[in-house]
Design a protein around this ligand. Structure first.
Ligand code: HEM
Length: 499
């Protein structure tokens, strides 16, 4: 006993003090000149973020009070660097080396595996990015206009039933529309989410999107070993089985069809009809190092497109409708542009050429994405220590790139809180990293052209059919930074039939 108290305990204390001293000496070179908001013991800055609706406001305050680089502590073990400094954003996004996603994306991995969005920036990501890029060539995108158009028609029917309602939350309608679009374009199969909202598939997508967010802020669910004891774990397990089975089923069926088609073609019995290709077909045809992708790799890319391509566009379309409703002058100009393109206002179908000529609508979407970027924050980490200005940033530390923050910086946007699509009329490209709704650099959004066409198509059809009005009673958005930007109290507008 005496040995324990006289020798062992003091030794442990000395070692701990030495370890603490050594760590603080070693860490001295890190984060120099980077401010930290005042912390409380153990919790650090955690009390500033108790809900996802506080996040953007707190980050904006940090930015205003402490500048473009802020070190934030969450509890005793976690910290991150909040980045909205122009030069640092440019450095990080253009770097061919800092291409790894941060830890925060891990809750998505049971669904998306190592598909493009989550993959570290190693050789696999590079090869997959290279073979998937041609899938977004305009000749391929052109084929999807029919899909955008027919899914928009279903949405119009749904909104038609809301005519006269002065306070419609458009987000639930739009998110089912974008799910229909992405499913048909990616897998080449219809899920009819807009007509069958209770289907297992639609519900599973919804559960997964919800659970990912709940896990990222819950001190219990964020740890895998505790998560397995929660109800969400069992819901997630079932949802993943449904989602994976669906994707696997579609992939196997397409493979069989392709094999049968090759056989018929080689027997000279082809009817000569060129079937529209879904993204899946292009992935099935692609070769990496001379070999086709494995079934797992294919499924992960398909599910990545499903995830990355539906909630993002739903957020952008819904906020654009909100802005059009609340800025009647802007809506008038957007509507007049539609009239100039479709002389007969009842013209039902939209073509690729029509979409190309919707220049003003594009400005409206761009300005909406400035104020309401679908992805308000993205996370990165570096594989090695690096120096920026006079500060060293350690390898593996999370850096949160605050896109929402730089989009509202008066240094780059005059009167940043004002919604003014004309500010993009003659863009000067001198500061390209101040406007990055689709990110930038090697890991930018692969689907941005697809998204722009889809958004223009559906907005064009809605604008021609309905007059959008500010909601009554007045609706103030309560922005919440989940995986995508949403409004916690809905995105509400009034809908009136155009005469
Ligand atoms: C308004 C719509 C959209 C917005 C604002 C948007 C925004 C973004 C952003 C900011 C990133 C970077 C994420 C990060 O670094 O963590 C990203 C990546 C990505 N997006 Fe989009 N996106 C949209 C639509 C789409 C669509 C329609 C698709 C697919 C059809 C898509 C597929 C992807 C993929 C696969 C990545 C990962 C790329 C990589 O890391 O190589 N996105 N998107």
């Amino acid at each position: 006993m005496a040995l324990l108290t006289d020798v062992f305990l003091p030794l442990v204390i000395i070692l701990l003090i030495f370890w603490y001293w050594y760590r603080s000496q070693k860490n001295k070179k890190y984060y120099q000149n980077v401010a930290t908001p005042p912390t409380v013991p153990i919790l650090g800055n955690a009390l500033d973020f108790t809900t996802t609706t506080e996040l953007l406001g707190t980050f904006m305050r940090y930015r205003k009070d402490y500048g473009g680089l802020v070190k934030v502590h969450i509890g005793p073990l976690r910290h991150f660097l909040l980045v909205s400094d122009y030069k640092m954003l440019e450095y990080l996004l253009s770097s061919p080396k800092i291409v790894d996603k941060s830890e925060d994306y891990k809750f998505l991995s049971s669904w998306l595996g190592t598909g493009l969005l989550l993959a570290d920036g190693g050789p696999k990501w590079k090869k997959h990015r290279k073979i998937l890029t041609p899938a977004f060539h305009f000749q391929i995108l052109e084929q999807f206009v029919d899909v955008f158009d027919s899914c928009s028609n279903v949405l119009i029917q749904k909104l038609d039933k809301e005519v006269g309602n002065t306070s419609v939350d458009v987000y639930p309608f739009v998110t089912l529309f974008t799910l229909d679009v992405i499913c048909e374009s990616t897998m080449g199969t219809k899920i009819n989410a807009q007509d069958d909202v209770t289907s297992d598939y639609v519900q599973s997508v919804k559960h997964m999107c919800r659970i990912i967010i709940e896990r990222s802020i819950s001190p219990v669910q964020m740890y895998d070993f505790l998560f397995v004891f929660t109800r969400n774990y069992f819901i997630q397990r079932r949802a993943l089985r449904i989602l994976h089975d669906k994707a696997d089923g579609v992939i196997s069926q397409r493979l069989r069809e392709l094999q049968a088609q090759t056989k018929t073609d080689s027997e000279g019995d082809s009817e000569g009809i060129k079937k529209k290709k879904a993204f899946l077909d292009l992935i099935l045809e692609a070769k990496v190092d001379g070999k086709p992708l494995s079934q797992d790799d294919i499924r992960q890319e398909v599910e990545t497109f499903m995830f990355a391509g539906h909630d993002t566009t739903a957020s952008a379309i819904s906020f654009t409708l909100y802005c059009l409703a609340n800025y009647p002058e802007v809506q008038k100009m957007a509507y007049e542009e539609q009239l100039s393109i479709f002389e007969d206002n009842n013209e039902p179908d939209v073509t690729y050429a029509n979409l190309q000529s919707m220049k003003y609508l594009e400005l409206v979407i761009k300005e909406t994405l400035r104020l309401y970027p679908s992805v308000p924050i993205i996370g990165r980490q570096s594989g090695e220590d690096f120096q920026f200005d006079n500060s060293w940033i350690p390898k593996g530390d999370t850096m949160l790139l605050f896109l929402y923050g730089i989009h509202r910086d008066p240094k780059y946007f005059k009167d940043p809180e004002v919604f003014d699509p004309n500010r993009f009329e003659n863009p000067d490209n001198k500061m390209p990293y101040s406007y990055i709704p689709f990110s930038a650099g090697p890991r930018n959004c692969i689907g941005q052209k697809f998204a722009m066409l889809e958004m223009k198509c559906v907005l064009s059809k809605i604008l021609r059919k309905f007059e959008l009005q500010p909601a009554v009673p007045q609706h103030n958005l309560l922005l919440t930074a989940e995986t995508v930007l949403k409004s916690a109290n809905g995105i509400k507008i009034g809908i009136k039939l155009r005469k």
